[in-house]
Every structure is written in structure tokens, then in C-alpha cells.
Design a protein around this ligand. Structure first.
Ligand SMILES: CC(C)(COP(=O)(O)OP(=O)(O)OC[C@H]1O[C@@H](n2cnc3c(N)ncnc32)[C@H](O)[C@@H]1OP(=O)(O)O)[C@@H](O)C(=O)NCCC(=O)NCCS
Length: 227
């Protein structure tokens, strides 16, 4: 379980609510869905996808979270919250379930190592945009590694960093991240934020990122296995 980093330690990340709002906005931009709105003390996003109808992002456990747990009976509505899984579980009635752990991470220093060389046979593709920038690493015409970044209010939100299984541990995601960082800095995104899987956390820690808080997801699973 991770305690929230104190304001001093977090430096420029001194407004948790501001950071979560930027994160929610950046996530919506990166996924091409409409911007978050405030609802039940959370930021609500309505992707309307079969596997994710809606999501609520909470900076903390509050009454709004409790109300939604009681009122929502449909599957594929996700409650995302900056709190440890054990705490969230204690608030959840049946049939809500907790997803595997995630970590909100931050980085306001230059990442290291700086743009490592690609192994032979790999090629970089850079798609820069004021909205969502994408870095791809290709081998022949096949995708080997990918990641996106969006800059919102000085925050750089990194999204869906992935290396295809057979190309892992070659430094590709490191290169993707450092290329994304260069774009983010050009666009004024100096405060990095992302939500990491356990695997991603290991990668980001090697680049200098720190865990800011646990990020827990609760959902009612669908019968058809959509979510
Ligand atoms: C996490 C992921 C993106 C890493 O991609 P990658 O291209 O293999 O990463 P790199 O080769 O740049 O790794 C650099 C360093 O990060 C650390 N690291 C990366 N993956 C790790 C893992 N699975 N376990 C432990 N350390 C890991 C290591 O220190 C590694 O250096 P080393 O190989 O010399 O030990 C990849 O495993 C992946 O796509 N996983 C599935 C999707 C996912 O979880 N994405 C993260 C979303 S937040």
C-alpha cells in the first residue's frame, strides 16, 4: 500500500485535485472521447464502449463513491480511485469487484537514460500533434512498441505504453518514453503523470518515476465477458 506523497515531496504536484483533473482530461483526449464532467465528487467520462460504458475518477473515497456503489447495477461502469485496494474493498457491496492493482506515478525530472539507441533492425516513427502524440517503434512493417502523450495544463499524461511480447527487454519502451518526454517538454508538459500496471511500474521506476498513490478500479463484471 502506498501513502500519498506529501506536498513537499511532490513539489509542483501540490494540488492533488488539479492533477487528477488533468489526468482525467488527458485520458479522455488520448482515447478520443468527450471531456470529463464533474459528477458525484468525481470526474465522469462517458466513452460508451461495450467494455467501458462510463468511468468515474475519484481523488479520494467520498460519499459520492458510496452512493454510486449502491446506485449502479449495470456492468462495465468503472470507478477509479486514488486509494489502496484494501480500503476500497471495505466500501464495496456485492457484486462489485476490484481489478488488479495499478499505481499513479509522477515524474518532474528528466527521465534517464536519455534516448537509448535502438537495436539494429528497428525504426522510429514520430507522430507529433498538439492533441495526442504517438511514438511507434517498427521492425520491418510490424509494430514492436508504442506509446502516447497528451499535454494538459502543464501536465504530460502518458498513455498506453506497450511493447509487443517478443520485443520486450530490448530498451524499446525506454526509447518510446524518452521520445514522448521530448515532445511533452516542447509542448510545456513538465509534470509527468501516468497510471502503471505492475510491469509498467518496474519500467518507469528505472526511468526515475515515483509512485504517487495506489490507483484502484472497481467494476461489476458483465455476463458476456465484455468487461
Ligand atoms: C512494461 C513494458 C511496456 C516494458 O516494455 P520493454 O520494451 O520491455 O521495456 P524496456 O526494455 O525499455 O525496459 C527497460 C527496463 O525497465 C525494467 N523493466 C521493464 N519491464 C520489466 C518487467 N516486466 N519486470 C521487471 N523490470 C522491467 C527493467 O529494468 C528494464 O531493463 P533491463 O531489461 O535491462 O532489465 C512491457 O512489458 C509491456 O508492454 N507490458 C504489457 C503492457 C503494460 O503493462 N504496459 C504498461 C502500461 S502502464
Amino acid at each position: 500500500m502506498f501513502e500519498l506523497i506529501t506536498m513537499d515531496e511532490a513539489g509542483s504536484y501540490n494540488s492533488k485535485a488539479g492533477m487528477i483533473e488533468a489526468w482525467a482530461k488527458g485520458w479522455a483526449m488520448a482515447r478520443g472521447v468527450s471531456a470529463p464532467v464533474r459528477d458525484h465528487g468525481a470526474f465522469r467520462i462517458d466513452p460508451g464502449w461495450p467494455d467501458q460504458v462510463r468511468r468515474y475518477v475519484f481523488a479520494e473515497l467520498n460519499e459520492g463513491f458510496k452512493t454510486l456503489c449502491r446506485e449502479i447495477h449495470d456492468p462495465c461502469v468503472f470507478l477509479k480511485i486514488c486509494a489502496a485496494p484494501e480500503r476500497v474493498k471495505a466500501w464495496l457491496p456485492e457484486p462489485w469487484m476490484i481489478e488488479s492493482p495499478r499505481f499513479m506515478m509522477i515524474c518532474a525530472k528528466p527521465m534517464h537514460p536519455l534516448r537509448p539507441l535502438l537495436p539494429g533492425g528497428y525504426r522510429l516513427e514520430i507522430e507529433k500533434s498538439p492533441a495526442v502524440s504517438v511514438i511507434r517503434i517498427m521492425q520491418n512493417e510490424e509494430l514492436a512498441s508504442i506509446g502516447r502523450v497528451v499535454v494538459v495544463d502543464g501536465y504530460a499524461i502518458y498513455d498506453r505504453i506497450e511493447t509487443i511480447a517478443e520485443h520486450r527487454r530490448l530498451g524499446l519502451a525506454t526509447r518510446v518514453m524518452t521520445e514522448l518526454e521530448a515532445i511533452a517538454l516542447e509542448q510545456g508538459g513538465t509534470k509527468g503523470v501516468l497510471v502503471a500496471t505492475a510491469e509498467g511500474k518496474s519500467l518507469y521506476e528505472t526511468l526515475g518515476w515515483e509512485v504517487y498513490c495506489d490507483y484502484t478500479t472497481a467494476v461489476i463484471r458483465g455476463q458476456a465477458g465484455h468487461c
